[in-house]
Design a protein around this ligand. Structure first.
Ligand code: GDP
Length: 419
């Protein structure tokens, strides 16, 4: 067991090999329980089959998928020499974007799987946009299915070029990306350097995972606790619940709920049905505040210290990346913004700058419109009070997704809040 922990996202186009790779990682790191392997080994020996352990992992993943269980590869765990990895919810899952911005599946780093025989595909683009906008630090790119293209170096190079171009387009620093030719299915360059790719002498996938930078410790930002629900519990009273994103909550603290603009002293804090004197980032808590009734606060409020209350935006400036919009976005467009636990219609009041995708520099001041693939700085006016923070001060409360017509059309980071 390692003390150090990484939340890892495995992203990439459907059928490029994400599940197979996760199965391979579980197998190579010995993260499949011994008794399970043992049982499978006996069965396999009876039937005279080889390759049983990996087959077992794959059977299990396939079975889950057939049953329509949404867990498939998400929430699997494996341990390398350096880190305990948890695979977090993956793009493609229905609630992924929501989970990512509400903190439920904050990934530190990601493995992007790109099939060598297919190259960059629509979801490759979408996921890279998301990873970039929502703050993935490092990307390991597994150019997968090398066995299908006869381990050809030129094919690998073509895919590397194509992905590098995509990364530049979304302004992802290519110094933070490493490429590895792999076969998730055959096991090439996963745990051991493969003889099939003599032209490649750099890291294996496991080495690259071990070399990932350690996730930043939580910021020393003040308490920010977005409220998920508000309950009334007999004997206690009003109990807002939510997950602490930053800071600490102690019994006796003076807190403020914004934008509802009410506050009081914390009387009790409960976690896993037990009373606790204090709670920290990542803790899911229910708590009770003196004098606060059920109708005083609501989902989407953010709780913070009374002397450093969460900011409420009259307007805010943000950098957005448009992922998929059927036409063009102009000033006046009013879609729904999802930020932490709140959903508020917001008007894009002005499009201030369009950025050049390859250089990250300003390409056009005050453009008339933006469309899919564009990155821009925009000014936004929430139609109802919204508590949100500059991403540079409190990253956990500084990102959002924009949804319309049942899908995520853009994601963004808050640059500046005008209260
Ligand atoms: P996902 O949709 O990205 O999770 O893709 P899967 O892991 O389900 O893989 C899709 C198909 O590609 C399956 O039939 C896999 O067996 C196959 N596959 C995945 N990785 C490899 C590989 O490295 N080599 C070969 N030949 N097939 C692969």
């Amino acid at each position: 067991m390692s003390e150090r922990h990484q939340n890892l996202a495995v992203i990439g186009h459907v059928d490029h090999g994400k599940s197979t790779l996760v199965g391979r990682l579980l197998y190579e790191t010995g993260s499949v329980p011994e008794h399970v392997i043992e049982q499978h080994r006996e069965e396999a020996e009876e039937k005279g089959k080889g390759g049983f352990e990996f087959a077992y992992v794959m059977d299990n993943l396939a079975e889950e998928r057939e049953r329509g269980v949404t867990i498939d590869i998400a929430h699997q765990e494996f341990t390398t020499d350096e880190y305990d990895f948890t695979i977090v919810d993956c793009p493609g899952h229905r609630d992924f974007v929501k989970n990512m911005i509400t903190g439920a599946s904050q990934a530190d780093n990601a493995v992007l799987v790109v099939a060598a025989d297919d190259g960059v595909a629509p979801q490759t683009q979408e996921h890279v946009f998301l990873a970039r906008t929502l703050g993935i630090d490092e990307l390991i790119i597994g150019v997968n299915k090398m066995d299908v293209v006869d381990y050809k170096e030129s094919t690998y190079d073509d895919v590397v070029d194509e992905v590098t171009q995509l990364l530049k387009q979304v302004q992802f620093n290519t110094d933070d990306a490493s490429f590895i030719p792999i076969s998730a299915f055959e096991g090439d360059n996963i745990a051991d350097a493969s003889d099939n790719t003599p032209w490649y002498s750099e890291e294996t996938l496991l080495e690259a995972l071990n070399d990932l930078p350690e996730p930043q410790p939580p910021t020393d930002a003040p308490l920010r606790l977005p409220i998920q629900d508000v309950y009334t519990i007999s004997g206690i009273g009003t109990v807002p619940v939510g997950r602490i994103e930053t800071g600490v909550m102690n019994i006796g603290d003076d807190v403020s709920f914004q934008p509802s603009d009410v506050g009081g002293e914390v009387k009790t804090i409960e976690m896993h049905h037990e009373e606790v004197p204090k709670a920290e980032p990542g803790d899911n808590v229910g708590f009770n505040v003196r004098g606060i009734g059920k109708d005083d606060i609501r989902r989407g409020d953010v709780c913070g210290p009374a002397d450093e209350p969460p900011s409420v935006a009259e307007t805010f400036q943000a950098q957005v990346v448009v992922m998929q919009h059927p036409s063009v976005i102009t000033a006046g467009y009013t879609p729904v913004f999802h930020a932490h636990t709140s959903q508020v219609a917001c008007t894009i009041e002005s499009i201030d700058k369009k950025m050049d995708p390859s250089s990250g520099e300003v390409a056009e001041e005050n453009p008339d419109f933006i469309q899919s693939g564009d990155a821009a700085v925009v000014t936004i006016r929430p139609q109802k009070p919204l508590s949100i923070e500059p991403s540079s001060e409190i990253p956990e409360l500084g990102s959002f997704a924009i949804r319309d017509m049942g899908q995520t059309i853009a994601a963004g980071k808050v640059l500046d809040v005008n209260e």
